[in-house]
Design a protein around this ligand. Structure first.
Ligand code: FES
Length: 154
């Protein structure tokens, strides 16, 4: 069930959209902000609230790669896997991250601190290779820089 707070936040967005259903991504973001991810029950609640089917909401949620349909770690690392980053050594950064964290792409560390996910171009190609953690973009990655960034993550 959506909390009162979640309902209030979703309703506050209503005036900015032509119809309720157009709020779908915003509603999912609100839920994720409060819960860390969007489970099946929350997805159904959003669907009911927006007069949509769960399938319609799930289609939006799975299309938008910043909505998490599985539990994720406190820090979600989105490592760019597009061409400029690849050319600039993105594969090496990926291997370094996997080795440092002890997980494969798509997995979460046992302590729940990190999840590692691929993402298409972050629009930071001229400073590749790049990754995003939360809302912070990290550019010009090197193994040493990656280690420093991970150390600063709580
Ligand atoms: S290809 Fe990685 S930021 Fe564009």
């Amino acid at each position: 069930m959506l909390t009162d707070q979640e309902r209030r936040e979703i309703e506050a967005e209503l005036p900015h959209y032509p119809r309720k259903q157009a709020l779908c991504i915003e509603a999912l973001k609100v839920v994720q902000h409060h819960r860390g991810w969007v489970d099946d029950e929350a997805l159904c609640d959003v669907a009911e609230f927006l007069d949509m089917t769960p399938h319609e909401v799930d289609s939006v949620a799975t299309f938008y790669n910043l909505i998490y349909r599985r539990r994720v770690g406190r820090n979600v690392i989105h490592l760019c896997d597009s061409i400029s980053c690849w050319v600039m050594g993105g594969d090496g950064i990926c291997e370094h991250l996997k080795g440092n964290l002890g997980i494969e792409m798509g997995e979460t560390t046992e302590d729940g601190r990190f999840t590692l996910l691929p993402i298409p171009c972050l629009g930071d190609c001229d400073r590749a290779p790049s990754m995003m953690i939360g809302r912070t973009l990290h550019s010009g990655l090197t193994p040493g820089k990656v280690d420093d960034i991970l150390r600063d993550c709580k």
